[in-house]
Design a protein around this ligand. Structure first.
Ligand SMILES: NC(=O)c1ccc[n+]([C@@H]2O[C@H](COP(=O)([O-])OP(=O)(O)OC[C@H]3O[C@@H](n4cnc5c(N)ncnc54)[C@H](OP(=O)(O)O)[C@@H]3O)[C@@H](O)[C@H]2O)c1
Length: 252
């Protein structure tokens, strides 16, 4: 039975680093790499021969080809990484319905559905890694949908991790602060954005894999997000939100 890993959003940013690291794992035969852009996925396969491109757009909350692929291959899924995600920095009262739906579907529905479809193919020692965000530590005005979606993924991950204890399967929720990937705009309205405490995607993926191997249910990479997690627990939410608006409001 083939031992496989599944990575959504595998062709760019943090997902690509996960693909790189997993391709070096001797106990993984194939990496099912999910992304919208088949050319990017083919390019990924030319670098990492274990990659099996899975061309899918998660904007309707589903990874269309996955259920059939699972059924026809009956694989032993050792690692699932729900990494694909989107965010829009904009005022909620100006946010188009399409953006609201995309955030809910890509950041919440898709990882929940994929996890439920994959779990029957996981065994003792298998692991799920869900990429949430430090945005889940407190509500973020002007990133309201994104921050709410990442709370959903965090609470889902931690609760399911507890449920799966008896099966020996771990679910690790990853909460990075700013990460240097294509997701972040370099400037908005001609203003260069200063992303405090920004870290490289390699640091996020390496720590997530290490924490998941240790069976941890949370992985918080970088000093900034570690500090922010504690700060969010001890500081009244309205103060944090006022500070956030003072920092981010000028870009919106
Ligand atoms: N960058 C940050 O500061 C930061 C901070 C905290 C958490 N995160 C989280 O980290 C995760 C990865 O983000 P990143 O920073 O690596 O972003 P990225 O460089 O923009 O990569 C996002 C990946 O998601 C895929 N994707 C986007 N929309 C998709 C869709 N509709 N269907 C299928 N795949 C889709 C993209 O693949 P295709 O374009 O090929 O489809 C791409 O590979 C996200 O969940 C994000 O919320 C990021």
């Amino acid at each position: 039975m083939a031992k496989i890993a599944i990575v959504t959003g595998a062709s760019g940013g943090i997902g690509r680093v996960f693909t790189d690291r997993i391709s070096a794992m001797e106990d993984i035969d194939e990496i099912w790499a999910v992304g919208r852009n088949s050319e990017k996925l083919e390019a990924l396969r030319s670098v990492y021969p274990k990659v099996v491109p899975v061309s899918a757009d998660l904007s309707d909350g589903k990874c269309e080809p996955l259920p059939n692929m699972l059924k026809s291959n009956s694989p032993d899924v050792r690692i699932l990484i729900n990494n694909a995600g989107v965010g829009y920095m904009e005022a909620f009262d100006k946010m188009p319905a399409e953006h609201i739906l995309r955030v809910c579907n890509i950041n919440c529905t898709a990882p929940a559905l994929i996890m439920s479809e994959v779990l029957p193919y996981m065994n003792e020692g298998s692991r799920v890694i869900n990429i949430s965000s430090a945005s889940s530590f407190q509500p973020n005005p002007y990133l309201a949908m994104y921050s709410a979606s990442k709370v959903f993924l965090k609470n889902l991950s931690r609760a399911v991790n507890r449920e799966l204890k008896s099966r020996g399967i771990t679910v690790t929720c990853v909460c990075p602060g700013w990460v240097d990937t294509g997701m972040l705009p370099k400037e908005v309205k001609g203003r260069k954005i200063n992303f405090v405490g920004m870290i490289k995607p390699e640091r996020v993926a390496d720590k997530a894999l290490k924490d998941s191997a240790k069976g941890k249910d949370m992985s918080v990479p970088g000093l900034f997000s570690k500090y922010f997690r504690i700060y969010s627990k001890v500081t009244p939410t309205r103060i944090i939100m006022d500070l956030w608006v003072a920092i981010i409001g000028k870009y919106v």
